[in-house]
Design a binder for this molecule. Sequence first.
Ligand code: KIV
Ligand code: ZN
Length: 518
Amino acid sequence: MTNKQDSNRIVIFDTTLRDGEQSPGASMNLDEKMRIAQVLEAMGVDIIEAGFPIASEGDFEAVNEIAKVVKNSTVCGLARATRGDIERCAEAVKPAVRSRIHTFISTSPLHMEYKLQMAPEAVFEKVIESVTLARNFTDDVEWSAEDGSRTEHDFLCRCVEAAIDAGARTINIPDTVGYALPFEFAALIEMLFNRVPNIDKAIISVHCHNDLGLAVANSLAAVQAGARQIECTINGLGERAGNAAMEEIVMAMKTRQDSMAYVTGIDSSHIIKASKLVSTVTGFTVQPNKAIVGANAFAHESGIHQDGMLKHAGTYEIMTPESVGLSTSKLVLGKHSGSHAFSEKLNDLGYDLGDNAIKDAFKRFKDLADVKKEVFDEDIIALVDDEVVATNDNIKLLSMEIKCGTVHRPPKAEVELEVDGVAKSCARTGDGPVDAAFNCIKELFPHEARLQLYQVHAVTEGTDAQAKVTVRLEEGGKTVNGQSADTDTMVASVKAYINALNKLLVKREKTAPSALSA
Ligand code: KIV
Ligand code: ZN
């Protein structure tokens, strides 16, 4: 084992698919998780926490399938400190070239008393028991002290020492509730280095939540105090206010080598692609002024700034757009472009599609190029993402016609669907054209799902831009996100609703055992 604490290499542990998926509404299906895992692998993530296998059949399957496919990153699953969790996790990660079991238990007085209702000594025993059990399945075991930042120091030191003795190679100190301040969190990590006698036998990791907006600052402060693994997510997705954003951590270290001379294995030029994929799949829009990946992160609007930029980009830009994967010339193809150029473009954008998928996507590209003069990278990404989510559907859109109207002539929609191979149609009015169209869908495919989110974004600029629509539906506690993109906003809306319904149909039972939240 290499102890990386003395080196300047920071291990990037991505938990978008586990902690990220725990954000209410951010649920992802198997296919979406696989696509995200492949993007994470391609960008050089060291460890992918792919899920919480005991949580549901769906979680188990996702971790298991990712473990089969991902070759270059370690695939990790989360487990509480119980035999059932650890064995299920071990089974899920087994196919991986490199697998990790991440087991955790709360160590703070508040969590032990109220959440676990366990005495500290019983928790201490569980630490040893769980790590020892996990080590029977893999050499790579990570142990986390949940609510570590609010844990009494003596007890934390004892638990950390015992976990390392029991065989944990990585010790993770979470700021579970995002309570820590950077100087305090650094002092906590330093305290562990000073007091835990066997600390050099493990890598110290941190997992910071963003409740006070300090997750990235706390993670970087911890690195300066000796931590060498950072747990983070794309776009800062995660429970409540989220986790530390991977793109911010990576770019902070890359940009400020003068004062933080650390390296990660991340190829930062994949950042935008990963951010867009996670945003599309979850329907969690990235705020325009979000660091690194926001639409305005590299925009220079004011005259003074533009003037400065023209004279020297360094006047207002501390990193280049290209370094995070934003291309400057975005015009790609037109209606005369051939299939060869199209598939080269897909390769450039990082897509690895089979022949049939390329053929389908090319046909859709031609249709798009017929109605849209200029086709940009973003259009191709939206088109391919739409293509991937539209396969194997029980419900399909055959045709639709919508009329807008005022109070006296209410909006009306006529929609024809194919439901399990049978064509059906109806006409309905509504409060607006979207409402009328969604009423038709409800009539043709009766369901109890509640609409939680209806969101429209323009993929590019101009009135001929494609509209990217997200529809979030909830039924019996299960949430799904449907997406679609089209130059016609109403068509995209109807397709996104149908996509969400199709996902709801295939969504597996997600039965969460009590107190699963991590
Ligand atoms: O926030 C937290 O404490 C967690 C642990 C399971 C690492 O997510
Ligand atoms: Zn967490």
